[in-house]
Design a protein around this ligand. Structure first.
Ligand SMILES: Cc1ncc(COP(=O)(O)O)c(C=O)c1O
Length: 401
């Protein structure tokens, strides 16, 4: 988006503020569709954990994606946004059998990732089609917190447990209609992903009634200048060919499914903050903004680097700053970063703020969560108001002491 447009939106709606560019979301969606153009039946289930505002979900519904959900509340939000149950896949981890049964009662596709629940669910509901999440034990992803396919990971059913899995399926007579993996976020090496896919294909051969194979997600997007990204076009070309071959051997056309979050929304998002204070110490110049890790936790949680632009002075001379927040503990957004000269009241735009930013925001320090704006059809639409003091007290119970 143009910096002037962002600046105007910040003037109109205040700060801190999340802004999402619907055009960029559509662009990324079309890129994925065309990368896998050789596959006859392709299904993209948007991983709504990345950004779950109901208006954003409606945009995805309009585009024609399905939804990947991880909690019963996400399922309910998806239904409320207009998705049909059959467009939703429920891929939880570590939730109770009761939560899975509730999701199944809505008619969504169930994806189970542990043998204990598989056995219980299959015994009680053998007629409900179930997808199985496999752990191929392939290490993908740049950060251990977001790499989920390795041997020590809590996710998925280990490929070493396939004999046990098959016994459960046989004993319960349950119907396995899908097979799934998600090796982790930030795939750098396509060959590693293709290798994990071979493990999934091998596992798939054990099931006769499959309708789809879900390759999860983890497509990496650039966060800073010079950053590499998953070469989606190359992956699309290679995996499509291999998938079509597999379907021939399997004897029936299957659907190839993905569940991207970050790829679809990360670059569409901007987090706008205002500089409260420029503070010079003996060693550094801090730009302190009207936010903190309560609103954007990724730099503190994962060490992620969001490019920061001073949109109030985008052509000013560059100086070095540490950009920090107003939280009562260290909340560094960026260390020693080259940014165009900052003056108090300037607006800083954090890039790549679409995925796992608002959705991870909290009320820490009793601060309000910010407003969200969707830039759609060349107009700014407020899609969430900033919280108010009433929201902070909402659900709190004051007792007489
Ligand atoms: C099971 C599953 N699918 C999809 C995703 C989305 O991953 P990404 O945002 O990297 O595309 C995640 C992310 O945590 C996930 O756990």
């Amino acid at each position: 988006m143009e910096y002037n447009t962002l600046l105007q939106i910040a003037k109109d709606y205040g700060s801190p503020l999340y802004v999402y560019d619907a055009e960029k979301i559509k662009f990324q969606y079309k890129r994925l569709i065309s990368a896998f153009g050789k596959v006859k039946q392709l299904k993209l289930n948007y991983a709504m954990k990345a950004l779950s505002n109901i208006s954003v979900l409606k945009l995805f519904n309009q585009l024609g994606t399905g939804l990947d959900t991880v909690s019963i509340q996400e399922v309910q939000l998806g239904l409320k946004a207009g998705f049909k149950p059959e467009q939703i896949i429920f891929t939880p981890n570590g939730v109770s059998l009761a939560e899975i049964e509730k999701a199944a009662s809505f008619g969504v596709q169930i994806n189970i990732d542990n043998l204990s629940v598989l056995e219980q669910f299959g015994t009680k509901h053998p007629e409900t089609p179930v997808c199985i999440r496999i752990n191929p034990h392939v290490m993908a992803g740049a950060n251990t917190n977001i790499s989920v396919g390795h041997i020590d990971s809590k996710f998925g059913i280990s490929i070493h447990q396939i004999p046990h899995l098959l016994r459960i399926v046989e004993n319960t007579k349950m119907n396995i209609n899908g097979i799934h993996m998600h090796t982790g976020s930030d795939i750098l090496d396509i060959d590693v992903f293709l290798y994990a896919s071979e493990i999934l294909f091998d596992t798939a051969k054990n099931f006769k009634n499959l309708e789809f194979i879900d390759f999860g997600s983890g497509f990496k997007v650039p966060y800073k200048l010079g950053d590499i990204e998953t070469n989606i076009e190359e992956l699309g070309e290679k995996l499509s060919i291999r998938f079509n071959e597999f379907c021939k051997d399997y004897g029936k056309p299957l659907t190839l499914a993905f569940e991207p979050g970050k790829f679809l929304v990360s670059e569409a998002g901007y987090f706008l903050t205002k500089v409260n204070v420029v503070k010079q110490t003996t060693s550094t110049v801090f730009a302190q903004v009207d936010s903190g890790f309560n609103h954007l936790i990724r730099p503190m949680l994962y060490g992620s680097q969001h490019e920061i632009i001073n949109i109030s002075n985008p052509n000013g001379r560059e100086r070095f700053y540490s950009v920090v927040g107003y939280i009562c503990e260290t909340d560094t957004f960026a260390n020693n970063r080259r940014i165009n000269e900052i003056t108090e009241d300037d607006i800083l735009a954090f890039k790549n703020a679409g995925a796992y930013c608002y959705s991870m925001a909290s009320n820490y320090n009793s601060r309000y969560r910010p407003a969200e704006v969707l830039w759609y059809d060349k107009k700014a639409h407020l899609i969430r108001k900033q919280e108010t003091f009433d929201d902070i007290l909402h659900n709190q119970i004051e007792i007489d002491l």
